[in-house]
Write a protein that binds this ligand. Structure first.
Ligand SMILES: Cc1ncc(COP(=O)(O)O)c(C=O)c1O
Length: 380
């Protein structure tokens, strides 16, 4: 374990190197080669670009497999892509749901679904970390299974980028897309990214070309024929916004200096583990199995994120009970009034994520304290 002071933000003593020589494509989707990564566009745009290149349905193999309740933008993208190819999304999209009384997906159920439907699946695409539950899916085993059945395997890494260590090249992932404005700190709407595995680089795939994907050496000679940069950067279309690049670069310099492994991940494990412990000690906490079995009558909460640290990143998703009672909004307002910035997901979930770069153990303690106070106020 690195020597980590959890009372101080990680970036407190950090001096941004003035001569840092990192490119804008420096990747938090680590263990990817530089030519496998492009810094470009927005997540949903990039998802469509990737699906345009990699989702090539045939009459026999046309299905898309994803988790149930994927982020809505992904659901819209999947459905519209299926429709664009003449398929009915109701038939073409297979969703894997948690078992009755459970909140997250079991690895065995995901793998069994791929095994069962594999020959009709064109694309397996999951979130690296599920935005609502915070579950980090077993990316390597899902990818391996998808490949075994001849499917393309892509990932939405919106909540995984800058949060958990990733080995996109080694895991043999075909493509991935992400935004950088969550753990990547680039600011709302910041520039996004994509990954295309090296094994695809010499295989001609359809691309919607733009001048920024053209070879750098002749880009400004403006030739009429498109000659793409080999690899992911050949998918770039437009001249990117320099302000968006600059804000991401500032954050990446810090990530590069500190290192995702071991420091940031270790600190994340400690902080989220500590927050979980404090929350579980609350008199208002009920274990997830109990919460799912019978609806409690009094205000309380459970944590729907997996307890195994290897199945989650920084985020813990708190489910407020009884479901539909409106407690979440009141608690969220109380937390916000006391400086605890969570994220509300209607109707009953608050996501709390100690961001390892700048949150401290004191922030975790404040979050637990004000959560308990909010419940006290609710029940008094
Ligand atoms: C999991 C996930 N996918 C897709 C998106 C959509 O991102 P964008 O609006 O940058 O396209 C988000 C945004 O929060 C997200 O959380």
């Amino acid at each position: 374990m690195a020597n980590i002071d959890l009372h101080k933000p990680l970036s407190n003593d950090f001096v941004v190197p003035t001569n840092a020589q990192i490119g804008a494509t420096e990747s938090l989707a680590s263990r990817a080669n530089e030519n496998e990564v492009a810094c470009m566009g927005t997540l949903t745009n990039n998802l469509h670009l990737m699906m345009d290149s990699f989702y090539k349905p045939t009459p026999d193999r046309y299905k898309i497999l994803c988790e149930a309740k994927a982020f809505p933008s992904d659901q819209y993208a999947f459905a519209s892509q299926a429709k664009a190819h003449g398929f009915d999304p109701e038939d073409a999209i297979i969703e894997v749901s948690p078992r009755d009384g459970e909140y997250t997906l079991r690895e065995e159920d995901i793998l069994a679904t791929i095994e069962q439907h594999g020959s009709s699946i064109a694309l397996v695409i999951f979130s690296g970390i599920q935005y609502y539950t915070g579950q980090w899916f077993p990316m390597q085993s899902i990818t391996t299974k998808a490949k075994e059945k001849g499917c393309i395997c892509g990932w939405d890494l919106a909540h995984a980028y800058g949060n958990v260590p990733l080995k996109l090249h080694e895991w043999d992932i075909d493509f991935a897309v992400w935004c950088t404005y969550k753990y990547g700190n680039s600011g709302p709407g910041g520039i996004a990214g994509l990954f295309v595995h090296e094994k695809w680089h010499n295989i001609e795939r359809p691309k919607f070309a733009g001048w920024w994907g053209h070879e750098l050496s002749t880009r400004f000679k403006m030739p009429p024929q498109f000659s793409p940069i080999s690899g992911a950067q050949g998918f770039q279309q437009s001249n990117p916004c320099i302000l968006a690049l600059a804000s991401l670069l500032g954050s990446l310099q810090i990530f590069k200096e500190i290192g995702m492994l071991p420091v940031i991940r270790e600190r994340s494990l400690l902080l989220t583990g500590h927050l979980e412990k404090l929350l579980r000690e609350s008199k208002y906490f009920v274990p997830p199995s109990e919460a799912a079995r019978q609806t409690p009558l009094d205000p309380c909460f459970t944590i729907i994120t997996p307890t195994d640290p290897e199945s989650r990143g920084a985020q813990l998703s708190l489910l407020f009970l009884p479901v539909g009672a409106g407690n979440m909004v009141k608690i969220f307002d109380y937390l916000a009034k006391h400086g605890v910035t969570g994220d509300e997901r209607e109707p009953d979930v608050i996501r709390l994520a100690p961001a390892p770069l700048y949150n401290t153990v004191d922030d975790c303690e404040a979050a637990a304290k004000y959560l308990n106070e909010a419940f006290d106020a609710l029940t008094s």
